[in-house]
Design a protein around this ligand. Sequence first.
Ligand code: SF4
Length: 378
Amino acid sequence: QCAAVCPTGAITIKKSKGKVWNALFDPTKRVIAQVAPAVRVALGEEFGMAPGENSIYKIYTALHMIGFDLCFDTSVSADMTIIEETNELAEILSRNEERRYPLFTSCCPAWVRYVENKHPELLPYLSTSKSPMEMFGAVLKEYYKPSDEECGLETFNVAIMPCTAKKMEAEREEFIRNGKPDIDAVLTTKELASMIRELGIQFADLEPTAPDTPFSIRSGGGVIFGTSGGVTEAALRRLAERTNPALQEIRYSGVRGLEGIKKFTIEIGGRAVHTAVVSGLGNAETLIGLIESGEEHFDFVEIMACPTGCIGGAGQPESFLEDKKKRSSGLYTADKSALVKRSDENPVVTKLYEDGVLKDRARELLHVHYKAPAASQS
Ligand code: SF4
């Protein structure tokens, strides 16, 4: 591994290609790729495709050509994150208590680190639901454990992310179980493009292929996670009535769009839910100020550190705002064509809860409690 310096100076960005190539050539490893929602609408730009063009099925083809044993979509575990996070929100709403702070999302590791460093008073208000990447990491390691033991293999999880902060998240002590990380390596979108080029694969000309089974179905809610407001829209879908008008009401509530701060109120189950969606840490600071001064009150707040959300992550190809808008549209188009719209109706995920690795183990595998700064990693 070699290291490069993050342009923000906040973290050191480790390049992980060497580690992944080594695993791919190791016959004792079952190498699994999971691909984050935002990657599919940006990777093609590295190969002359238009911003926003959904290349997920070409990505699966390329990953198999590179040598990955199994390829899955992180949107599947985004469905798990929504189920767990909305359980938390529903429980808070049912208490009907006066709370100074809302439930904050915690799937962005740069935001979590910001809270630890600058606003430790908010730590108790962060959702304890792990990010989709870490949920999938834990589920995959548990799911393949019996087969690994039988075949003398070790599952090696590679996450392909739009994000450089995910490398730091993968190494956090909270996500190391039995001495091993649940995510073994994180590749950015640009690193995957570089591996594709190294093999001389003509990406734009690839035939599409499907993800592997059994994690082959994701909901529309899971795929819009990659754009600002996507987590909130998916969460509200789960809590709202199961009708098309309810879905439309959420869509037009003000949740969509790439503005840095979006605020809206929506009625769910006879109760007004005050919500904010924030992208960019400067905007997060502004919103925290409004909450702390008592000027604003929210029940649920989504915060993503990158302006526009993960579609504009530091691991993505460089882009202008217009390109980001197209990436965002690409995710909403993928949602539109999804047969399953709500995360809790994803049959792959419900089966895991009913009689799979999440039966009686969801709390253990899918939740995390971030420690006070003094006790956490530097
Ligand atoms: Fe990573 Fe940026 Fe997405 Fe946060 S918003 S998870 S830092 S890409």
